[in-house]
Design a protein around this ligand. Structure first.
Ligand SMILES: Nc1ncnc2c1ncn2[C@@H]1O[C@H](COP(=O)(O)OP(=O)(O)OP(=O)(O)O)[C@@H](O)[C@H]1O
Ligand code: SF4
Ligand SMILES: [Mg+2]
Length: 334
């Protein structure tokens, strides 16, 4: 079952119709997630990670958003389902954990009632059975005294506990795929690693596929099987985690890896910063989107956009072979 492909994005394009005209925020993103694997999605703020995940569940306002491409889930293209069919998918088959649990929990209901409500909707159980199951889910996420906690309101819980409640809600219906968008960013480091361990354990137990969106390459190294690196709405590299860390091919990925603090490194040494800044989406470069920040950019790069090429290890760069040959591995990067 390990290799059963659950979700396949094929050239997903998400365009917002804004006051200043259409803006394509996700520009032809493709990747696959299998049952039992954790796919990491990384990239700087604003590169389109959240919009990609919200597009998968079609959570964006469809009056002002256009989706193109395919989002194939178990051989159904989610983009061609009706809203009613999508409601069956959300929470039942694919669940999402958001960055800030407070915005997704309802302050006026106890957490036990909120989890039970979600179970009742999706599994058509009676209230009493659903409530018992809600307590089981709280126990599964490692919340102490789950019976007592179930009767409490969101504001009575710490940030880490609330995030566990969100996970309990997301997992209550035993989804096949969990999308976790920065699930630990708001939490302190110890709680962060407990939550990540929990997601990993539940992934094993429930045989889910997981998409983990994060800024943190340390988290990727710890829990992901494969990783997709995004830049300005596009995938610029995709590889198994070990390959990406040992042999990053894209100049942007090399820069990202060099800007991660090394635990055993010299703390007095300055962290590497990728030069320049991300151009606005309203004015993306015509050729390679990374060209204005890339030390290896040539005329070809400025004029023509490279495709994502390769099979196991994919990269979107005209010159990656020459760069690797000339400069060697990670420390070569600009
Ligand atoms: N509803 C919207 N209308 C117009 N533009 C939007 C909308 N939602 C997001 N964007 C823009 O889309 C781009 C990608 O946003 P997104 O939230 O996906 O980034 P991200 O990679 O998740 O960043 P972060 O790491 O900060 O969470 C940003 O430039 C953002 O301003
Ligand atoms: S295609 Fe050119 S500009 Fe883009 S990353 Fe590669 S070398 Fe740099
Ligand atoms: Mg985001």
């Amino acid at each position: 079952m390990q290799n059963e492909c659950l979700l396949e994005l094929k050239g997903l394009k998400t365009t917002f119709f804004t006051e200043n005209g259409p803006v394509t925020v996700v520009n032809g993103v493709s990747f696959r997630v299998s049952a039992g694997e954790t796919l990491g999605v990384v990239g700087e703020s604003g590169c389109g990670k959240s919009v990609t995940s919200e597009s998968i569940l079609r959570l964006l306002n469809e009056k002002t958003t256009r989706y193109e491409g395919e989002i194939n889930y178990k051989s159904k293209n989610l983009l061609s389902l009706t809203e009613e069919e999508m409601r069956d998918i959300r929470g039942n088959e694919i669940s999402m954990i958001f960055q800030d649990p407070m915005t997704s929990l309802n302050p006026v209901y106890t957490i036990g009632d909120q989890i039970a409500e979600s179970i009742m909707i999706h599994q058509k159980l009676k209230k009493k059975e659903a409530y018992a199951k809600a307590i089981d889910m709280l126990r599964l996420t490692g919340i102490p005294s789950p019976e007592k906690r179930a009767g409490e309101y969101p504001h009575e819980l710490s940030g880490g506990m609330r995030q566990r409640v969100m996970i309990a809600i997301a997992l209550a219906c035993q989804p096949n795929l969990l999308i976790a968008d920065e699930p630990t960013t708001a939490l302190d480091v110890t709680i962060q690693s407990q939550i990540l361990d929990l997601i990993q354990d539940l992934k094993q137990e429930l045989k889910m596929g997981v998409i983990l969106i994060t800024h943190d390459l340390g988290v990727v190294a710890e829990v992901c099987t494969r990783v997709v690196v995004m830049y300005l709405g596009e995938v610029i590299e995709e590889a198994r985690v070990g390959d990406l860390f040992a042999n990053p091919l894209h100049p942007y990925t090399k820069g990202l890896l060099k800007s991660v603090p090394q635990l055993d490194g010299d703390r007095s040494q300055k962290l590497y910063v990728i030069q320049g800044s991300v151009p606005p989406l309203s004015n993306v470069p015509k050729g390679c989107r990374f060209a204005p920040r890339c030390a290896y950019s040539t005329k070809l790069c400025e004029e023509s956009a490279p495709d994502l090429s390769g099979t196991e290890h994919k990269v979107r760069c005209w010159h990656y072979e020459a760069i690797v040959q000339k400069e060697g591995g990670l420390h070569a990067a600009q």
